[in-house]
Design a protein around this ligand. Structure first.
Ligand code: HAM
Length: 419
């Protein structure tokens, strides 16, 4: 039997270059876009008191099935974060920053899900949250930031699905009507949906099973239960998106897997990856959450985008390919290593990406290492070169061959070649 102890746990993985660098560039790009709209970075704890996440809803899979919860050595009940919105609202309730409070975040989250392609137990999200105003144009700003980010990545196959789940009262009225309808149609539902119906009737709308789809298609629509307040809000969101020419489709059956939403909810899906994992981001309003955590009632809206899945979509659309080159220069030194010690340090200070070999290996072995390193250029220093006060510069990838250049012209020469 294979030893499974010294392997990354199921649902997790190691990201090595170039994937590690793609992840970093992805977060850098997101930070630039969120920063340009006045969102500042927030770094949150990876675990919280479990009560913080119980706010996501007892009837949700995230809370009832997927939480990594544990008791610490001090007897506290804690959980690894399955998402970051709840932590942000906890942080708001704790510190009461002045409003509006606009933050962005990036980092791992943990859900004990059935691991498969695009579904991990540790996965990264980037996201933003904005607290402090009910203005529907803030919803539009938030959605637009996600949309512009996808555009900057070069993604063209993203769809924006939009819905309103109404005010808290609308939602309660709707859930009542929905439960009543499903109860009547119970025999037509799958056994799984019948179970979901008890804990969370809204989730039944999300079922992908054939028998459920038919029953769901005739279920009452949330849009019929929206109060005037919710209707006006939803209309303004749509009008704002139209103004910004951001395409969307209204999907009254769009239910999100978390309970804190009121009014606007949205999801981004992609046509480029497998339908089971096609949600690459989602978000909405959560105006009631701050009060539930002991803060004065404060509206909030935000989104989180799955980094792993979005990068899969980029791969499928052949965009945001990431870094082409890890190293630019490799120094080969057969004189004992002191020359390369000095020159690599000098070049690194000038901003070049440079490596060298250690252990006084033969010229052949060092040239092999240079080739394997992916560097574009080798700088070769042997006894001959030292005597003449030159360095041999060799183009490892292109057509430029090799030449000897004066030691003191190395930097100028590399700048010309590498830009
Ligand atoms: P969510 O829909 O649970 O929302 O997650 C957002 C995105 O995270 C998903 O669309 C998906 O791309 C990614 N994701 C979720 N679970 C996994 C997984 N197991 N493996 C890979 N990717 C995953 C939230 O988390 C809310 N906090 C969003 C939000 C922010 N709402 C308001 N503000």
């Amino acid at each position: 039997m294979k030893n499974s102890v010294y392997r990354a746990p199921k649902g997790t993985r190691d990201l090595v270059w170039p994937d590690s660098e793609r992840r970093r560039s992805f977060i850098d790009l997101f930070s630039a876009i969120a920063g340009s709209a006045g969102y500042a970075e927030i770094v949150l704890p990876m675990f919280e008191h479990i009560e913080v996440f119980q706010r996501l809803g007892d009837g949700t899979d995230v809370v009832s099935k997927e939480m990594y919860d544990f008791e610490d050595k001090g007897g506290r009940n804690l959980a690894l974060r399955p998402e970051q919105t709840a932590s942000i609202v906890r942080s708001y309730a704790e510190h009461r920053p002045s409003l509006p409070w606009k933050v962005w975040y990036a980092g791992p989250n943990f859900r004990y899900e059935r691991a498969q392609k695009g579904r991990f137990r540790q996965f990264d999200q980037v996201g933003i949250e904005a607290l402090g105003t009910e203005d529907a144009y803030l919803d539009v700003e938030v959605i637009a930031i996600a949309w512009r980010f996808y555009e900057s990545l070069g993604l063209k196959q993203v769809d924006l699905l939009l819905n309103s789940v109404g005010t808290l009262q609308d939602r309660i009225r709707y859930i009542e009507a929905l439960s009543e309808y499903f109860e009547k149609q119970k025999n037509g539902l799958s056994t799984e949906a019948q179970e979901t119906l008890i804990s969370n009737p809204l989730r039944v709308l999300d079922s992908k099973r054939d028998e459920d789809i038919k029953v769901v298609s005739e279920a009452p629509s949330i849009l019929e239960y929206l109060s005037d307040e919710a209707k006006n809000h939803f209309n303004k969101v749509q009008e704002g998106l139209n103004k910004l020419k951001i395409p969307y489709s209204v999907k009254p059956n769009l239910v999100r897997g978390l309970d804190y939403y009121v009014q606007t909810t949205f999801e981004f899906t992609t046509k480029s990856i497998d339908a089971a994992q096609d949600a690459i981001g989602g978000g909405g309003r959560y105006d009631g959450l701050a009060a539930e955590m002991g803060a004065p009632a404060t509206p909030g809206v935000g989104f989180a985008l799955g980094l792993d899945r979005t990068l899969m979509a980029c791969e499928a659309e052949k965009t945001f390919i990431g870094p082409g080159q890890f190293l630019q220069v490799y120094v080969v030194d057969t004189t004992g290593g002191e020359n390369s010690l000095v020159i690599t340090d000098e070049l690194r200070q000038k901003g070049f990406k440079v490596d060298r070999s250690f252990g006084n290996r033969s010229m052949k072995a060092q040239m092999k290492a240079a080739d394997k390193s992916g560097a574009k250029i080798a700088l070769i220093i042997g006894e001959d070169e030292v005597e003449k006060g030159v360095v041999t510069i060799r183009d490892l990838r292109g057509e430029e061959g090799q030449e000897e250049i004066a030691s003191d012209s190395v930097i100028a020469n590399l700048e010309k070649r590498l830009g």
